[in-house]
Design a protein around this ligand. Sequence first.
Ligand code: ADP
Length: 839
Amino acid sequence: MAWKILVVDDDQPTLDLMRVILRGQGHDISTAMLGTAALEAVARNKPELVLLDLMMPDMDGLEVCRRLRANPATADLRIVMLTAKAHPADRAEGWRVGADEYITKPVDPVDLVARIKAVMQRPRPEMSSASLLTEMAHAAMLALGAALVWTLAIDEDGRSLRSAAIASIVGEGMTRMFLRALKGGVGEVSFPMARQISPLTDVAIGGNALLEKPLAEVRQLAGGDVLARGLDLVGTRWVSVTPLALRGKVQGVMLVARQGDAPLSTTELRLMEVFAGQLALATENNRLLQRLERQEHEAQREKSFHQTLVNTMGDGLVILDRALRITYVNRRFCRMMGYEDAELMGRPFIEMIHDGDRGPADSWLTRVGGTSSFEKRLMRKNGSVLSALAVHVPTEQTGVGDVIVITDLTDQKSREATLMRRTRQLTAINSAGRTMAASLDIDSIPQTILEETVRVLGARAGSILLVDEKTGGLTFRAVAGPGAEKLVGVQVPVGHGVIGWVAQHGEAALVDDVRRDQRFYRGIDQTTGLTTTNVVAVPLLIKRQVIGVLELVNKLEGKFDADDLAVCETLAQWAAVAIENARLVRDLRAHTRRLEKAYDELKDADKLKDDLIQNVSHELRTPLTFILGYVELLLAGDLGPLSEGHLKALEIVRRKGQSLTKLVNDIMTLQWLQGGGLDKRPVLLNGLLAQTAQVGGIAAQNAGLKVSVDVPDHDVIMDIDEERIGQVLDNLLNNAIKFSPQGGEIVLCLRDLDDEVQIEVQDSGIGIPADKIDMVFDRFYQVDASLTRRFGGMGLGLAICREIMEVHGGKIWATSDAGQGSRFIFSLPKIAAPKPNNG
Ligand code: ADP
């Protein structure tokens, strides 16, 4: 190993000797004879090691050393002191100014070489102020011929006096015993800064030295016994405790323990004072250094914390100098941009920005003022573009230069782009869906759907084929694109081509280049003249049943991808539903048309029947009048006497004739009700009921029945068509008579309620089964047709009653418990006829 060494000595022979010894080792040697010359030589051609004589005429080695250490450019030089002085105090001074090694003359060449090598190879130790203190204690001990010199320093907070350095002639083991004797435990020796604890603290507090006291005297002082016990171990006879004061302030104390017969002379005491002064300085230095070290340690920790933050932060960090050149980048920025940090140092930051985003000369970077942020495209090393958000904090705010924080927006941008594409697609799907849903015309719907789909997905051509409901084959129902019109109505053989495959499997197909696909069916291209490459085809499904296929051909920009397929499938779902709906509507309409026709036919037939009945009824009345009239004459004997047999027969003719007349009248009433008006008048209902009961009473009596009337005491008058309501009452009473066995009772009841008047006909007859009770009001309905033979009737009576009630704005209904009789009730609202005031 060869080093550059500067040898500094005012003695030429020594210089020569050194040169010889060191050159022999292969080192590069230069020399200087004066301190000042040495400093110049170092500045000119910085050596790695300086071999420095202590005693020189102009500037001594200590000063040279001090200056070299003070200059940051030379502070790290290895310095070996060379001196004839062997006194420990000189050595201590040498250490103090920062020498790495201390060699005493005369020089032993082998020793010199070895020590230079050692110095060069060991890491330069930080100048330890603690070891300097020890060194000085040592020097004091030797100079004063003491057995032990102990330095104690007052803590920074002034609360305790602590052992700082100790030197003794009795060896390390004894020293440890001494310290242990004093503190009686492990750890550092320290005394609380209070009076009367120890002579040491009393001196530190009072500032007055104890000089050359016999040990016995010290023992008598407060806390002195403990100190004396320790000092006994080192054979002490004389004790001095001197305050270490600096600028009037006590830094600590120095204890000097000696074995000699006599106390120190005045001169020696002066020397002790000098040492105390130096130790005070060293103690202060030590304290300052410790504080500095602590601060430096803190700063270092903070710095590495910041460094970690900066390097692990998710954003890129760049620091620029005044000329906007890069002076610092963090790891994240390097990774973002694809550079090594060394490649970026010193480069103008503007070079990193995309041409289009640089802006004019007085752009954002040179802007003075506060923090600002911009979206910029940055250029990566590989030429690709990085979308970034740049936050710029100007030098005035950071103090370290312009700081730029870069956030990579790539992910955000791509998310935004995806979102925008999706939004566009959804909007398109939505509008296509609306168009589809709006139409229900089976003929136009496939074309509408196809055109929307072709537009949304940007296809060159497309088609919708529907499965033929009869043959099961696929037929082109809607087409778009060049030459496609020729395809309308064309059938694709099942299983042929991509379309056939989709229909067969009920699955979608996305084909990049159809000519390389086995399913390719040339027939269609031959018809249209279009060269198909890129295809997306999806089945139209209804309840998992394929009803057709939607196919798009050749995307205008790029090729159909999975996204397009998804959109296509959505649209196909809409399309399938729309087509199915249109089909259902078509079928429904056809069905409705058939029903309407049938209804019209029925209406015509009904009208014909009505007309016929009316005509027939009308024509029957005249002959019936004659028949009944002559029968009456014959029965009355006006046309001569008749035999018993003739009378019986005529009686039958009369009865049948009467019921035929009733039927004809009923039919006429119904007919009248369809178009006729009411002849309303105020009628006393109490009277109407009594009259009905009276007229019907004869027939009831003949049938063995009792009829009674139950009416309120006051008059109940309503505005009604008396003849029609009378007809209703007659019909109900006749039915009650007809369907009641002998011995029964019939009650006609009138109820005057708040809003309406109710009239009820109660009987104790055969009753009506619950499931039939509503049907009795239908025309020609009879619960038991076999009874007709017994009682007569055509099932028209109640139908007429209901219609009469309806034109009166009233209601009629029946209740019955089978076998327990029936109750027929009708009600007339009072709104039309205000309640008459009887009072
Ligand atoms: P009909 O001329 O047959 O009496 P209605 O329309 O008057 O025709 O009555 C229809 C049917 O209602 C009757 O055939 C009978 O079955 C049933 N019905 C009507 N009134 C009564 C009643 N008071 N008790 C039992 N059944 C009755």
